[in-house]
Design a binder for this molecule. Sequence first.
Ligand code: FES
Ligand code: FES
Length: 135
Amino acid sequence: MAYSEKVMDHFQHPRNVGEIENASGVGTVGNAKCGDIMRIFLDIDDETHIIKDCKFKTFGCGAAVATSSMATEMVMGKTIEEAMEVTNKAVMEALDGLPPVKVHCSLLAEEAIHAALWDYAQKHHIEIKGLKKPK
Ligand code: FES
Ligand code: FES
């Protein structure tokens, strides 16, 4: 099992680890396959709906750390609608791929981002196109 250089880089130097105090949206999800947990914090501008900051915490493995690190970088600066395009597939592509047994780990970041966006949407009584209620 070989990891790409980008995966190794994001695993060894993860970006945006931590918490955001008074975050606009928080999402916590568990991985059905391995039981690992991921939490995503979003800071969103209420007028422009642009994601100003994004941080994550996970109990997941190295692949979960690397995908979350990349995902947080990818959603920052985007609007909440554009952030919906940051799928686990898009994140894996940006990391030059993941070994097949680790693909489930990359779902954590996507699901947690969606849960955080859902939290924000609920608080502000808005709808985000394509966003479904988290399980
Ligand atoms: Fe659980 Fe990767 S094995 S997140
Ligand atoms: Fe927990 Fe992968 S199963 S780190």
